[in-house]
Design a protein around this ligand. Structure first.
Ligand SMILES: [Zn+2]
Length: 413
């Protein structure tokens, strides 16, 4: 009995067909004289090395008239199982689990287009070798020049395979399918932008442009604390939901603007641009002050300088790399950056504390007002200088959460 889910398919290819797969109905030619016999030998596995065998099958099928019988003797038995016994199941799963997917789909389409019998049999020592040279040539050509041997895998729409049946899909299969789609895309726009900014900023200091691989490797350096490594990695991927992410979401647009200056928020804005952030200004000023004790000029810190700080190499007059100086710059940059980010988090928590206090106002919020006792219990034990506060601090000004280092809060206050 068929169920309604069988009528829905999910495609994990961006160029799928909307026509259900067909078997050719063309007139068959059963004459023995037209029959193609081919032997595909070689001890190739189906995985990576299986590609040559699959290529040979595909090319032989293409070279054989569609209405003539074709008998293939193939040494790699796995591919025969895949194209026969396993095919219906793999087809229902959108071929996501099959190796060499593109090639296998192309072979299936070629076989479907054939209007007469195709025999695939396992090659044995007694099997007569038909057209061995030609197929062996195909195999050796594709092995010798895997990059230049261009296998054409385009499939005619009406012989293409169907997508993944909704009723057969599992979470992991859907995930695999999504990964396959994403693989086809170019790098995300935000990642490309972050990498470009890093290239440019590092070149300003080191006078040489790092490769992308060097940038990714530099943020994995064990010298950088683990939490900061994760922070830098997420920033290179543009993974923080800031600014423009919220601006296209109805009712959440306000989250896209900086709460301090009203400008469009971005990580770049928070870390190096916001003129109304006293914490940001103070931290960079302290970093510069410390650096200048070595009688050096503090470089202009951009967003890219932060992402590539571990690649910013300073040289002496003889172009010799100054390891200590470069390392100090890196430490000052990433530690300052991370502190600015953490302080932004604290200000978010403090803003929530402030809202909680305002929401206890019964004359304004009526029945929806928060209970004072609930707010007092929620924040109990995490407030700054809590011992000096009255028991009911709801209407006391300047109550903050107490995670700031004492000296910083005094300096900043
Ligand atoms: Zn701002």
């Amino acid at each position: 009995m068929s169920i309604i889910e069988d009528g829905f398919q999910v495609f994990t290819s961006l160029t799928h067909s909307i026509v259900p797969a067909h078997q050719s109905q063309a007139q068959a030619n059963e004459s023995d004289t037209e029959k193609t016999l081919a032997t595909i030998s070689g001890n190739y596995q189906i995985n990576n090395d299986g590609e040559p065998v699959a290529t040979a099958i595909l090319e032989t099928a293409r070279a054989t008239p569609k209405n003539a019988r074709m008998e293939l003797s193939i040494k790699a038995s796995k591919i025969i199982k895949l194209l026969t016994k396993d095919a219906p199941r793999l087809e229902q799963l959108g071929w996501i689990q099959a190796p060499n997917t593109k090639l296998i789909i192309a072979i299936m389409a070629e076989l479907r287009e054939r209007s007469t019998a195709t025999t695939l049999q396992v090659w044995g020592t007694n099997t007569p070798t038909h057209n061995m040279d030609e197929t062996e040539n195909l195999i050796s050509r594709s092995i010798e020049n895997p990059k230049t041997y261009n296998i054409h895998t385009k499939v005619k729409d009406k012989f293409n395979t169907s997508g993944l049946l909704m009723s057969r899909g599992t979470q992991s299969l859907f995930y695999k399918g999504i990964c396959r789609i994403n693989k086809g895309y170019h790098k995300r726009r935000l990642t490309r932008m972050a990498l470009a900014m890093t290239h440019h900023a590092v070149r300003e200091i080191s006078l040489e442009t790092p490769s992308e691989a060097q940038i990714w490797k530099s943020i994995r350096n064990k010298d950088i604390p683990k939490g900061i490594r994760g922070f830098l990695w997420k920033n290179l991927h543009g993974a923080y939901r800031l600014g423009e992410f919220w601006q296209n979401i109805p009712n959440y647009e306000h989250r896209g603007t900086c709460r301090l200056c009203g400008g469009i928020e971005s990580m770049e804005h928070i870390l190096v641009e916001c003129e109304d952030s006293p914490a940001r200004k103070l931290i960079w000023k302290l970093a510069e002050k410390l650096w200048c004790r070595r009688k050096d000029t503090w470089p202009n810190i951009r967003f890219g300088t932060i992402l590539g700080c571990n690649l910013a190499h300073f040289m002496d007059t003889k172009k010799k790399r100054l390891e200590g100086k470069s390392r100090l710059f890196s430490i000052l940059t990433y530690e300052s950056t991370h502190l600015i980010w953490k302080l932004r988090w604290i200000s978010t928590i403090n803003r929530r504390l402030k809202y909680d206090k305002l929401l206890t106002n019964a004359s304004r919020h009526g029945k929806k007002a928060l209970r004072e006792s609930l707010v007092l219990r929620t924040w109990s034990g995490v407030l700054l200088d809590e011992d000096d506060l009255p028991d009911n601090w709801i209407w006391t000004a300047g109550v903050l959460v107490g995670i700031l280092p004492q000296r910083f809060s005094e300096h900043n206050g």
